[in-house]
Design a protein around this ligand. Structure first.
Ligand code: ZN
Ligand code: FE
Length: 166
């Protein structure tokens, strides 16, 4: 990682990581959807896949506001989160239990993205990049909604998972 000399550099550095994360998530969400049993959960993953594809495009636009070409830098944080997700995808468990594990894994990814986009938005704001703030707002809202939808899924599905313990 090159040494950032300004908040502007930090922003671009983080954006390169976020761009990598979104591309990896776009590849993982279809696998999560396939692994899910509950239709409600499959639907949540499908919806968020479409949003994630838009997040990739928005990230590309964001590079433009900072006079940069889109460039992904390997994001070890999301790689770790997604490798835990891969373990869950391969899990042999009763469907409600596996769904609970899928929700947990996906929420780790969403919370991570919410943290990163919150930071990017705050930095864009102080850097006076109004257009960037607008795009980041939209993406951040969608990440938060995806997380809420997963919480909704969990509130009904986790009861079924708990019932499987007996
Ligand atoms: Zn996203
Ligand atoms: Fe997301």
């Amino acid at each position: 990682m090159s040494r950032p000399e300004s908040l502007n550099d930090l922003f671009v550095q983080k954006l390169k990581h976020v761009y990598d994360a979104e591309q990896r998530l776009a590849k993982t969400l279809p696998k999560l959807s396939k692994a899910a049993a509950a239709p409600q959960l499959k639907q949540a993953f499908e919806t968020h896949l479409k949003q994630t594809e838009a997040h990739v495009e928005r990230a590309e636009q964001l590079f433009g506001f900072f006079n940069q070409k889109p460039h992904a830098d390997t994001n070890d944080n999301i790689k770790g989160i997604l490798s835990a997700g891969d373990d869950v995808i391969g899990l042999k468990a009763d469907p409600p239990v596996k769904d609970a594990a899928l929700i947990a894994a996906a929420q780790c990814a969403e919370h991570y993205e919410i943290a990163e986009y919150g930071t990017l938005r705050a930095w864009a704001r102080v850097l006076g990049k109004t257009e960037a703030v607008r795009l980041l707002d939209r993406t951040l809202e969608e990440e938060k909604n995806a997380d809420l939808k997963l919480t909704d899924c969990a509130s009904s599905l986790n009861f079924q998972a708990a019932a499987h313990a007996h």
